[in-house]
Design a protein around this ligand. Sequence first.
Ligand code: FUB
Length: 336
Amino acid sequence: MSRLNTLALLSVSGLLALSTFGQLAVTSAATAASAATAASAASAASGLSAPRAANPFIRHMYTADPSAHVWEDGRLYVYPSTDVAGGRGYQKMDGYHVFSTDDMVHWTDHGEILHSRDVDWGRKGGGYMWAPDCAYKEGTYYFYFPHPTGPNARDSWKIGIATSQSPASGFKVQGYIEGLEPHIDPCVFIDEDGQAYLYYGGFGEPLVAKLKANMVEVEGPSMRMHGLEDFREGAFVFKREGIYYMIYPDNTPRGHQMRYAMSEHPMGPWEHKGILLDKTSSLTTHGSVVAYKGQWYLFYHNADLSGGKVTNRSICFDPVTFNADGTMKQVVQSSQ
Ligand code: FUB
């Protein structure tokens, strides 16, 4: 089967089975009708009127930390990290796949776009390919990924960059961003005036820097952001009706919650607003918010597919709704 695997039937009906991870095998005749029925059930469970894939919507491999974007071709792309089957640790995470859809039901796996073996400045032994993000500017896709240079990951994290003229193939590593602090979890937000911001940081430190127009260098030192309550890692920033929103995981023991904050400025100060997503079946949480075809969605991960193995996570999405004052309603996690 081609690497461009259309996953809708797998996602919505369970009628496809796995031979090994990464290879799909059809085990019985899957009809469009049964897929549509399952999609309708998933959509009803999450309060949407349109069909959607069931959660987790990628089931042939383990994925986490989904960053979702809508690009100029009108498709919604998700850039997650990859968990290694067998419950092996976060340090074993290696390689990134990209998934896309144009209807929230049928998902295409575009295959692996990058692996630690492609990173010539990376640590010996690979692994540690943690939560990435992707940005688009003037014909180029910029893929940002955290990866350490040395054996002691905590002291040597870098934010690497790979670029391509396509959203889901052809990425070539360009190096890493100089002058950053040794941290994880990049998120790049480009404002309406064209200024791009790099948010990053874990271990309780929320950091931001302005990116230069070339998208691969920063203007001056990173700033620590203020007003966030119980910040852990994994910031994701988006803008709606002139207001900036940041979602981020907190430090709640045995199951991090997703919090959110709002600001009138892209670098803060932020005003903490509360819990966006309760803990999931995974210890960690990490996600993104995107609008697609008139509906806002939260992408996140849980560990339902692996029966709760916290290093075998799976990406999910559910609708997000806003109150009249711009605050966000807590997202309801759906599983079918
Ligand atoms: O997936 C590896 C790490 O776990 C991410 O970088 C963090 O945000 C957490 O999800």
